[in-house]
Design a protein around this ligand. Sequence first.
Ligand code: HEM
Length: 196
Amino acid sequence: MRHLKEFLVDLARPKRENPGERELVATAFLLLFAGYETTVNLIGNGVYALLRNPGQFDALRADLTRVPAAVEELLRYDGPVGFATLRYAGEPLELGGVAIAADEFVHVAVGAANRDPARFDAADRLDLARDPAGHIAFGHGIHHCVGAPLARLEAQVALTRLLRRFPRLSLAADDVAWREGIRIRGLTSLLVRPNE
Ligand code: HEM
């Protein structure tokens, strides 16, 4: 107990002397960007995908226990992270037949990997009944998204509530506008009709 107490005091004291505002701001920035922009756009892209596939929308509404599985397919089909953060090759390597020199940067197209026809049958088709395990919407390896369980929960709650509240929701316009930029994939607006 004494050692643990000393350990914690040693951690707390430098923070009191130097509150580390830059670190605090950087952390809040990261959480806001990584935690908000992503989930918002998963919900937007997911609702858009469902509204363009009314048969699957109806089937899901008829059995809300399938929402968690549907969220996985929506993550695969049109997740909010188009590209992962930049990587640099530590040594020369070959990936998918492409030679990459040391120090070259590598931009992983998460969205493309999730539509890889070698990995998923009819990859461009939304299929809420498929098993989309192996999608990399939350990344892979040591930097795998730390917020994934929270993001899944948020999307599940949002979709369940929306389907209950607006069971006959439909698209109000055929065209939608997408945000600019490649990292976050999401809509700038989605016009819907409640059809109540
Ligand atoms: C649908 C929602 C989300 C998606 C699709 C998503 C996606 C990702 C991806 C692909 C990565 C890995 C990036 C890379 O390797 O370059 C990542 C990392 C991260 N995510 Fe998320 N994320 C989501 C929600 C969240 C939430 C809700 C939080 C926090 C509350 C969060 C916090 C983070 C953090 C801190 C990292 C960096 C982890 C590390 O580098 O070790 N994310 N996310």
